[in-house]
Design a protein around this ligand. Structure first.
Ligand SMILES: [Zn+2]
Length: 66
């Protein structure tokens, strides 16, 4: 467990501190295309498109109906 992996931002190439950064995961609607993910530093993570997603809890009823 002592092995330390150095995380590098896939966008800018900067080293990402252990307690920082983010993983951006893209899942294609077409399942055959699979998914891809990128490790991002805090800076780049903030620049990506997207919106905040609730971590847990139930989906609102309006979302379930759609
Ligand atoms: Zn970066």
């Amino acid at each position: 467990m002592a092995r330390k992996t150095v995380l590098v931002c896939d966008n800018c190439g900067k080293e990402v501190d252990e307690a920082k950064g983010a993983v951006m995961r893209v899942t294609y609607t077409d399942a055959r295309r699979g998914a891809k993910q990128a490790d991002l530093c805090d800076d780049c993570a903030g620049k990506t498109p997207g919106r905040a997603v609730a971590r847990r809890g139930r989906k609102p009823k309006s979302a379930t109906a759609a």
